[in-house]
Design a protein around this ligand. Structure first.
Ligand code: F6R
Length: 236
């Protein structure tokens, strides 16, 4: 594992953007695994800036996102599809058809999950997976549980997660969808490289436990200890 200490959020974002840009430059048709949430927004801003300056192109890049809320149509303001459009996709030269998220409004979520895994497999897996981490140690929406779930699956969001994400739903945790579809641990762990970004003291504390303690499904991020190309960027 490589641990980089950034002096602040901007520094963290720039370092993360550099690694993502390097991946896109090295392999223009790479598959990027992307995350939503507050933490990666600064890195996305930096990538947008470099793309606008012509230093980078996403014309051949494919993206697969980690997760999507169930029950929200893709056009809903708080869907992760909308989030990604607003914070990245609509502001770079990526082809919309190359951007993939689970369909949270699918009538048959199980079939949607299987199809999402099949799509990732057809791409040959993920070259670089960007991750944030939840206060409860979740990655994607792989919530603390008695076991790790390997395939993409529908998950009931924990009370912690709904509380943490209430800020996007007028501060009301009951407004946060109860279920989501998340990429499972298999495709996250099979990504050739993983880049995890964490900002702030609370995140540092959970990361410490995840990367320094036992590997346990009670702290899903702990499984990342088994990955052999993991870079973690934290703010001091
Ligand atoms: C989002 C995701 C989540 C977030 C995590 C941290 O796609 O997969 O695991 O990365 O909840 O969220 P923030 O960055 O908002 O603290």
């Amino acid at each position: 594992m490589k641990l980089l200490r950034a002096k602040d959020y901007n520094d963290m974002s720039r370092e993360a953007a550099k690694l993502i840009a390097a991946q896109v430059i090295l392999k223009e048709n790479c598959v990027l695994g992307l995350a939503t949430g507050s933490t990666p927004v600064g890195a996305y801003k930096q990538l947008i800036e470099w793309q606008k300056k012509g230093e980078l192109t996403f014309a051949k890049t494919v993206t697969v996102n980690l997760d999507e809320y169930c029950g929200l149509p893709a056009t809903h303001a708080q869907s992760y599809r909308s989030f990604m459009r607003e914070n990245l996709f609509d502001r770079i030269d990526i082809r919309p058809e190359n951007t993939h998220l689970p369909n949270g409004a699918a009538a048959d979520p199980e079939a949607e999950c299987a199809a999402y895994d099949a799509r990732i497999e057809a791409f040959g897996g993920i070259d670089l997976q960007l991750l944030g981490i939840g206060h409860n140690g979740h990655i994607g929406f792989n919530e603390p549980d008695e076991h790790f779930t390997m395939p993409t699956h529908r998950v009931r969001l924990s009370a912690d997660t709904r509380q943490a994400n209430a800020r996007f739903f007028e501060g009301d945790p009951s407004g946060v969808p109860e279920f989501a579809i998340t990429m499972g641990m298999r495709h996250i762990l099979q990504a050739k490289k993983i880049l995890l970004v964490a900002n702030g003291a609370q995140k540092l504390a959970v990361l410490d436990r995840a990367l320094g303690g036992p590997v346990t499904p009670h702290l899903p991020a702990s499984l990342l200890q088994l990955h052999n190309d993991l870079t973690v960027i934290v703010t001091e």
